[in-house]
Design a protein around this ligand. Sequence first.
Ligand code: NAP
Length: 253
Amino acid sequence: MSNLFDISGKTALVTGGSRGIGLMIASGFIEAGAKVAISSRKADVCDAVAAELGPNCVSFPADLSTEAECLRLAREVGKWCDGSLNILVNNAGATWGAPFDDFDDAAWDKVLDINVKGVFQLTRFLHAELIAGASAPDPARVINIGSVDGIHVPTLETYSYSASKAAVHQLTRVLAKRLASEHITVNAIAPGPFESKMMAATLENFGDSIKASVPLHRIGEPSDMAGTAIFLSSKAGAYITGAVIPVDGGLLL
Ligand SMILES: NC(=O)c1ccc[n+]([C@@H]2O[C@H](COP(=O)([O-])OP(=O)(O)OC[C@H]3O[C@@H](n4cnc5c(N)ncnc54)[C@H](OP(=O)(O)O)[C@@H]3O)[C@@H](O)[C@H]2O)c1
């Protein structure tokens, strides 16, 4: 039982690991003894964060909204992990808020390219490495970061974002079924409110009412997010696949 949540020595890639929820997960993995690659577009920030996280963290900057960049990142990560990847966290994402009548094509392309297509393409390009990092008793793990906004109807006008997160949840189930025979589990975490750059304006303007509407009356902490990701990546989470797990203080209730 003492090894139930052990992920030490595992190799992990966390996209969008330079800040916010991705950084919460990457830091938790590092503290738990994993070897972690993080990725984001701004190379200087990504490199600096990896250096801060220490010798078990490396930085591979990439723009995951294009297929070519997903492939390039997968090749670099494949070399770094000697062809064997145990954990892929598809976390990088973007949102867009605008009134219904102004919600044009750009608001769809930007959000769907990174939130949905990027998740699919990166997972596809790391397929061989995930197979190599998997076994029946200890599957490789893909963790997609969805959102409570892909489950309920959000308050703000973020049409493409909520549609993209519902797509992430369904893609999670489809990939879970496709990859199960190769001992790869695929699950999604659907976060409620967590502090991040994406959420900064929302929390500044509506923080008090958001806290009041969360049954546990608080915003998520880094340990809430890291704990769920570590659980899903460890022996304790080995029999879970195709699940969408809300980490939201009860917001969906
Ligand atoms: N915070 C919340 O309350 C909350 C709630 C529900 C779901 N989520 C989800 O959690 C995930 C992380 O969000 P966050 O709140 O932590 O947001 P954030 O602070 O804006 O972080 C987003 C991360 O993704 C990277 N990124 C953005 N676009 C990218 C691209 N095209 N290619 C590669 N990397 C890219 C960013 O770095 P660069 O800008 O340098 O690329 C950054 O590292 C997202 O999928 C989001 O939808 C967040």
